[in-house]
Design a protein around this ligand. Structure first.
Ligand SMILES: Cc1ncc(COP(=O)(O)O)c(C=O)c1O
Length: 388
């Protein structure tokens, strides 16, 4: 079997990051990696803050607003309908709180949804609110995704939460189609776009989902704790912050962004991440990442001698490698494999079991090279054998 060709490296590559040279990070999708220029920008902003802390705080609203205006273009969002939030989990909690759910209301998520998002649905649902989970296969067709969600819709559905790119299963869901179907039924949609900014082209305004929340700290090179929540105009005055502080009366988005004396230098430095991505060329970075992830998927699948159901090209820089039958068939065994890969092969990736099928999620970013996957492929079979 021949492998898809590996892409040429993007100039700068690993030297743009401060990752440990003796450790391989094949899990950029998990928590990202902050480039050195972005860390420097944040350090300079912090230094400026500490010269005159109170004076700096007085400029907070203007500075955060300017930073927001500078980053929304990456995802085609409206700066006045968007707010910085710490992460997708927080943005989701804000939406759930703002809905004022009552007994009998229904919220729909999918079986591919992120665990902590499901916890928030349960936490913000008063007694009597029903959390329904749309079922679908591990590798669903677009029709199976859409039909699985629509099968859960009733006249009591107050919200559907659907990932654009799923986490553990690395699926690209047909989100524009889902948004159109739900809009035609008058059902609000929250798009969990945790993996979208910087990873895929995005046009939040054109998508028109009621709520959209995406992390800038995964694929858009922003400092940790940087995400965007975007809403449609009809929700703007109904969004309430989780924490009420001095700018409470300013309403959305400023009220959501103002949380007492917290540290918001991460948001002020976020434009540096977008600048780096723009300098490198988002199309070039995205093409490199999806081609390298495809190459890695092919090399690893061959080494493990497994047929992966979606072995072809994909727009995603995260791919699912199936483990041989019986290997990693429980979550507990997957945890052991993940830890052994980390400690013995000095490689970071995610291992998960779905209905008895063990999978490894790999990712590709410009700090990765083909040799990262080839080295792992050379050593993984023996490691899995030793754990059997
Ligand atoms: C699909 C998805 N949703 C939500 C989250 C939560 O993101 P955060 O931890 O930044 O809130 C993640 C994190 O990996 C994710 O993959």
């Amino acid at each position: 079997m021949s492998h898809p060709s590996a892409p040429a490296p993007v100039p700068g590559g690993a030297s743009l990051f401060g990752l440990a040279p003796d450790f391989t990070n094949l899990n950029h999708g998990a928590v990202g990696a902050v480039p050195l220029t972005v860390r420097n920008r944040r350090r300079l902003i912090t230094d400026e803050l500490e010269l005159d802390p109170r004076g700096f705080f007085k400029t907070r609203v203007e500075r955060v607003t300017a930073a927001r205006h500078a980053v929304v273009g990456l995802v085609g969002a409206d700066p006045e309908l968007s707010s910085f939030v710490t992460n997708v989990t927080t943005g989701t909690a804000i939406v759930l709180r703002s809905l004022d759910l009552t007994a009998g209301d229904e919220v729909v998520t999918t079986v591919h949804g992120y665990g902590a998002i499901g916890y928030n649905v349960d936490a913000y649902a008063p007694a009597g609110v029903i959390h329904k989970v749309a079922d679908m296969p591990l590798i669903p067709t677009d029709d199976e995704v859409v039909d699985g969600i629509l099968a859960q819709i009733t006249d009591r559905t107050r919200l559907v939460i659907c990932d654009h790119v799923t986490s553990a299963t690395a699926r690209l869901f047909p989100i524009a189609r889902i948004a159109a179907e739900l809009r035609s039924r008058g059902v609000p949609l929250l798009v969990d776009a945790a993996h979208v900014p910087g990873h895929l082209p995005a046009d939040v305004t054109a998508l028109g989902a009621d709520f959209w929340v995406g992390n800038l700290h995964k694929w858009a090179f922003a400092p940790r704790g940087t995400a965007l929540l975007a809403v449609t105009p009809e929700w703007k005055n109904r969004i309430r912050p989780l924490v009420v502080s001095w700018e409470h009366e300013a309403g959305y988005p400023v009220a959501v962004e103002y949380n007492g004396t917290d540290d918001w230098t991460n948001w002020l430095a976020a434009p540096a991440g977008i600048e780096l991505l723009t300098d490198l060329g988002p199309e070039r970075v995205q093409a490199h990442n999806r081609e390298l992830a495809h190459y890695g998927l092919s090399v690893l699948s061959k080494a493990l001698n497994v047929e992966t159901p979606d072995a072809g090209p994909s727009d995603l820089a995260m791919r699912l490698v199936f483990l041989p039958e019986g290997v990693g068939d429980t979550q507990e065994k997957c945890g052991v494999i993940e830890q052994a890969v980390r400690e013995r092969l000095r490689t970071e990736l995610t291992v998960n079991a779905f209905g008895g099928t063990g999978t490894m999620r790999i990712a590709a970013q410009i700090h990765n090279r083909p040799a990262d996957y080839e080295r792992l492929a050379d050593r993984l079979p023996a490691l899995l054998h030793s754990l059997a």
